[in-house]
Write a protein that binds this ligand. Structure first.
Ligand code: PEP
Length: 252
């Protein structure tokens, strides 16, 4: 049985007040309602400590990014060991905003994955094609390459600390979502690539991200290879986020 996960990526949003309110509300609702997924809060790094303190046993915390280096003279960077030290369990790696706005290459992504695994965190490798790549018919090839390169050094037991998030770039923050069928096809493809790499592909959770909302989550989560979601905008409102967390079909 694969882990069902819903992770809320707050991006560069939040404040001390928002942390108190939002984490408190999400925790309360997750505790009292029927939620069959692991619920992860991924705030900006400065708020990780406060979020960890508020999560209780109902929620877990992640970081949005870590350095490709372990420690040292890298002003402004945050290491994976530090995230682990504060109580994080997950780290996003290779989010499309990091790739596009901060020039993260597949090589850098692979080095970050190594750091995350060395710290004992679970890495959420984000992959996804741009609109141009989809229209050119190369979406599957682009995503397969990102998976192969990002996870090139993963072996053996380390696979149990890998999650993949398929996030078509054209769907992030745009209100456009891949159809459940298109997302399922890509997820099945990702699982095939993982199997070719020697990974235990049937046990690795593959999440979908890109304008997931309360009204489209159920259709996405009903697909056999979609194990949950990485949620941006909708993770900033407790009610919306918790509705998504509850969108798994009975028996999932
Ligand atoms: C994301 O940033 O990972 C994301 C999926 O954002 P949104 O849900 O806002 O599209």
């Amino acid at each position: 049985m694969r882990r069902k996960i819903v992770a809320g990526n707050w991006k560069m949003n939040g404040s001390k007040d928002l942390v108190q309110q939002l984490v408190g509300q999400v925790r309360e609702q997750v505790a009292s309602l029927d939620v069959r997924a692991e619920v992860v809060i991924i705030p900006p790094a400065l708020y990780v400590d406060s979020v960890v303190a508020l999560c209780g046993s109902e929620l877990v915390t992640g970081v949005q990014n870590v350095s490709q280096w372990q420690s040292g003279a890298y002003t402004g960077e945050v290491s994976s060991d530090m995230a682990k030290d504060l109580g994080c369990q997950y780290a996003l790696v290779g989010h499309s905003e990091r790739r596009q706005l901060f020039g993260e290459s597949d090589d850098v992504v692979a080095r970050k994955i190594e750091q995350v695994l060395a710290s004992g965190l679970t890495a959420v490798l984000c992959v996804g094609e741009t609109l141009e790549e989809r229209e050119a018919g190369s979406a599957e090839r682009v995503v397969a390459n990102q998976v192969r390169q990002g996870l090139a050094s993963v072996a053996g037991e380390q696979w149990s600390n890998i999650v993949v998030a398929y996030e078509p770039v054209w769907a992030i923050g745009t209100g456009k979502t891949a159809t459940a069928e298109d997302a399922q096809a890509m997820h099945a493809d990702i699982r095939r690539v993982l199997a070719e790499m020697g990974a235990p592909s049937e046990t690795i959770s593959v999440l979908y991200g890109g304008s997931v909302k309360a009204d489209n989550a159920a259709a996405l989560f009903a697909e056999p290879d979609i194990d949950g979601g990485l949620i941006g905008g909708a993770s900033l409102k407790a009610e919306d986020f918790v509705s998504i967390c509850r969108a798994f079909p009975v028996g999932a």
